[in-house]
Design a binder for this molecule. Sequence first.
Ligand code: ME8
Length: 520
Amino acid sequence: MSRAFFVTTPIYYANAEPHIGHTYTSVVADMLVRWHRQRGDDAWSVSGTDEHGEKMVEAAEKRGVDPAAFTEKISQLHQHTWAELDLVPSAFVRTTDPRHVRNVQEILQRVWDAGWIELREYEGLYCVGCERFLTERDMVDGLCRDHERAPETRRETNYFFLMSREFGWLRDHIQANPEWIAPERYRNEVLGMLRDASGLGDLSISRPKSRLAWGVELPFDRDHVCYVWFDALISYLTGAGYPDDPKFPERWSAAEHLIGKDILKPHAIFWPIMLKAMGLAPYRRLHVHGYWNVDDRKVSKSLGNMISPLAMRERYGFEPFRYFLLREMSFGLDSSFGEDALVERVNADLANNLGNLVSRALNLVEKGFDGVVPPATTAFDADRHVMQRAIDTVQRVDAAVGALQPSQALAAILDYASDLNRYIDERAPWKAGKSEPGSEAKELAGTTLHNACEGLRVIALLLAPFLPEAARGIATRLGLDDLIGRSRLPNDAMAWGQVPAGTRVAKGAALFPRLEKPAE
Ligand code: ME8
C-alpha cells in the first residue's frame, strides 16, 4: 500500500508578488512531492494566499482599491506564477474561499464551545507588518525587528485563545519528539521561548470590526473578525480536505510544514495548541529554513529588494535558478543570492560537469558505436566501482532528502557525475575509435560507455525531483523516454543494468547551455 506524504508551504500574503523567499519554499515542496511520487507514495501538497488582515487593507488603500479586488489580483498573480514555473500544489487555498471561511468558523465555534476562548481587555504594542502585538524580544531600539517600523500602542477588547494552558504539554511534546522541529537550532529556539514565557501568553484572536472589517467573522460575536494568523493556519486543514474528504485523516497524520524562520512562533507554538483545542493530533514535522539575503539584507517587499522568479526565468531559464536555490542554501541557514554566483555555480556544476558528461558520453556512443548503446562485456575494478558508487549515491541522496538537506542531495548527484567523467577520462574510450569490433580495446570502450549510460540513467532518476526538465532531457537523450514515469525510487536507481544494449541514443542540443554573467 502506498504511504501518505503531505507537505505545505506557508500561504503567502496577498500583498506582494512572488519573490525568491516564496519560490524557495515552493521549490522545496515541489521537490519533495516529486520525490515521494517517484517512490510510489501518495503525495499531496498545499500552498495558497493569505488574504485577510490589516496588512491587506493597508496595501489596498494605498492603491485606492478595496481589499477583495486587491487580494484577488495578487492571488491570481501567485497562481499564474506557480503555473508558469510548474510549481502547482495539489491544493491552492485562498483564505477568502467560502469553503475555508466555513472551516474557520466551524473551528472557532467548536473551540469556543469547549471553553478555550475568553473575552478580555488588552493594551500593547502592535505591529501591522507582523499582524500581532509585539513583545520586548520582537523589538530593537523601539522598532519591530522584522519590519523596522515603530509599533502602535493599542487598547482593545479582544477574544483570547487560552493558549498558555498548554505550554507544559507543548514542552513535553517537543522534548519527547526530538525531530519534530528541524533543524535543531529552531527546536532550541522554541524551547527557549517556552522557558521564558514572559514573551508568550494567551493569544488575542479577534479584532473589533469597527477597526477592521476585512476578515472572517467570529460565529459567536459578529462584531469581531478573526485574527489573521488563526485563520491562516487553518488553511493547512482546508487544503488537506478537512473536514470530510476521506483522505483527510491519512494526510493529516503525515503533515509536514515548510516555513521560513520568521514565522516559527505561530507554527511551533500557536498551531499545535490550536490543533489540540480542536481535538486534532499535532502535525508530523516542522521544517524551518533561513533567509535569502541580497547585499546582506533579507529580501522583502518592504525593503524593495525582491527577486522575481519570472524575471530569473527570463534571464537564465527556470531550472538553473531552481538548481541554484536548492544547491546553494543549506536548509536552515541563511544564504546569499547573487546573479554572478548563480552563473558560476550553474556553469561549474551543470554545464561543465553534468552537461559535459551527457554530451561526451553520447557523442562517443554516436561516433564509436553508430549511436547505439554497446553491451558491457567486462567488469574490472573501475567498472565495479562506478556500479557501487551508483548505490552509494542513491543512499546519500535518500538520506539527504530524508534529513531535508536538498543541497547535500544535489552535491551527491554531482559528485557521481564527476566520478563518471573521471571514469571516462581514465578509460579514454575515444582511443578505440578505429579498433576492430571485437578487439579488446573496442570491448573495453563499449563497456565504459555502457556503464556511463547506465550511470546517467541513475542520475536522471535521482535528479528528476530536483530538476524535472533536465532529468527528462537526459532520459530522452538516452533513448528512454518513459524512464521517469515508469521507474521507482530507490529500487530502480539501485538496480544496475536497465539501459539495454542496442538502445538508440541521441546527443541532441546541450542540456545546460553556459550562462553569461550579467553586464556590470
Ligand atoms: O508569513 N528568504 O507570508 P509571507 C527566505 N502569510 N524566505 C523568505 C524571505 C526571504 N528573504 N522572505 C519571506 C506569511 N520568506 C504568512 C504565512 S502560513 C499559515 C502564513 C518566507 O508572504 C517567509 O519566511 O510574508 C515565509 O515562510 C514565507 O516566505 C511567506 O511569507
